[in-house]
Write a protein that binds this ligand. Structure first.
Ligand SMILES: Nc1nc2c(ncn2[C@@H]2O[C@H](COP(=O)(O)OP(=O)(O)OP(=O)(O)O)[C@@H](O)[C@H]2O)c(=O)[nH]1
Length: 427
């Protein structure tokens, strides 16, 4: 009969354990080698708990007490360390045999199923993040964290092509403290290779070296970036991981493209097409922000209205194209007069406005003189004709001339017209 039991036990794909009251293995079926890579002889007599992954030992001891109290259990899961050091996920069906004073347990290897489920979950989370996270700078670390939950890595980096098609680092995390994954010879070469081949590239693994995996980020077969990971010690990277990284690269490609289109739309909606300057909408946004900041901190700021005198005559005499060119040159000259933190915007026609955050009356006066000087030089129009034009300028300062954008723009506009009228009276 025992012989028959052995034959049956040999056929069972799961592994049968019989463990005595002290936790020693009395019997284990032959499939234990597939499960734990230990032979029956190696396992018999060993303490079962010693094979359990350290983190899972406490809950495993609790579970065995429950089984030994007479409660049959199905579905308990824990992890064991195989002879080669890898970890296996096991699902148990166990009961206590009072007459024999042993626990009988049937162990099923659920590593693959669990990994597939975790992989599916991670892919879903990555795809979800790629579609919902509004800032790319937040998306990259989030993707890394999700990837790390199923595939622990010792380094992760993402680089995108700059204008010269060189890989410019966008995000990286290196647990070994190497600081620059892309500066490491292997990482750099593998990224370049993946960008050139437009394929996932794998390196390493020999003589205990870590593995490196780089996947191109591309759109319509054109590579514009690369994502690279370095394995944790003892972790093997292969085909499955290559497919996962490729999936991540595709998700990132979609997200980056969507952000680019969004940025383009925003730029189009806030830029004056002719001059490339901020348009009225962006000016109002910035002026409102300046008002809020000035109100909060008790600061001043200034608005300068600039209108080109007798602009219409350029249109009428030399054509609309010449007028357009004049407006572009005015935009460039005004931009040169200000500092980076100032905003020069075109409100429409020949009307420009300059927002000077935190600038006082005195500095604004100096800027007016600078603008007047900039207009002294002749404008050369496409027909080769040279014209000179004067600017009419109107200044309004927060809070003296108004405490909101409407009041301030009205005041600046009024002064600009007064200035124009004044000068026209003189000429
Ligand atoms: N070329 C060109 N002309 C434009 C554009 N937008 C508006 N204009 C014209 O610019 C002119 C602006 O009119 P005004 O400001 O009254 O002309 P002005 O000759 O400067 O008048 P003053 O400011 O009183 O000196 C109009 O003739 C518009 O048709 C544009 O984008 N390009």
């Amino acid at each position: 009969m025992d012989d028959l039991h052995d034959k049956i036990a040999e056929l069972v794909l799961d592994t049968i354990f019989i463990v005595d009251v002290h936790g020693h293995i009395n019997y284990v079926s032959p499939s234990c080698f597939d499960l734990l890579s230990y032979t029956q002889q190696e396992l018999t007599g060993r303490k079962m708990i010693d094979l359990v992954l350290l983190d899972d030992r406490a809950k495993t001891l609790d579970e065995s007490l429950l089984v030994m109290s007479g409660v049959p259990r199905v579905g308990f899961e824990n992890r064991y360390v195989r002879a080669d050091g890898s970890v296996v996920d096991i699902m148990w069906s166990a009961r206590w045999s009072p007459e024999h004073q042993v626990r009988i347990g049937v162990a099923r290897n659920v590593t693959t199923v669990k990994r597939q489920l975790a992989m599916q979950q991670a892919m879903y989370e990555i795809s979800n993040a790629a579609h919902t996270v509004t800032e790319l700078k937040q998306l990259y670390p989030k993707v890394r964290r999700i990837l790390h939950s199923i595939l622990p890595t010792s380094a992760f980096a993402l680089a995108l092509h700059d204008e010269q098609a060189c890989l410019a680092l966008q995000y990286q995390l290196d647990f070994c403290g190497d600081a620059a994954v892309l500066q490491a010879k292997v990482g750099k070469e593998l990224c370049t290779l993946a960008a050139q081949s437009n394929k996932v590239e794998l390196h390493g693994g020999s003589k205990g070296e870590p593995f490196w995996l780089a996947a191109p980020i591309s759109r319509a077969d054109k590579v514009f970036g690369v994502i690279v990971i370095r394995s944790h010690a003892g972790t093997v990277l292969g085909q499955q991981e290559a497919e996962l990284l490729s999936f991540i690269a595709a998700q990132l490609s979609d997200a980056i493209e969507r952000h680019r289109l969004h940025a383009e739309l925003i730029a189009a909606a806030t830029t004056d097409e002719l001059t490339g300057l901020p348009n009225r909408r962006l000016f109002v946004d910035r002026a409102e922000a300046a008002c809020r900041a000035a109100r909060r901190h008790g600061h001043h700021f200034a608005l300068l209205y600039v209108d080109v005198d007798r602009f219409k005559a350029v249109n009428d005499t030399y054509g609309h194209e010449a007028g357009d060119e004049l407006l572009k040159q005015v935009a460039r000259r005004l931009s040169k007069c200000v500092r980076e933190e100032d905003t020069v915007a075109r409100l429409g026609g020949d009307e420009f406005v300059i927002l000077l955050p935190g600038v006082h009356q005195q500095a604004s006066k100096a800027l007016q003189e600078k603008i007047q000087a900039a207009f002294k030089e002749e404008f050369v129009l496409p027909t080769g004709v040279h014209v000179t034009r004067d600017p009419s300028i109107g200044l309004a300062v927060y809070p003296e001339d108004g405490d909101d954008v409407t009041a301030l723009t009205r005041a600046a506009d009024k002064r600009m017209y007064a200035n124009k009228w004044h000068r026209s009276m003189k000429s």
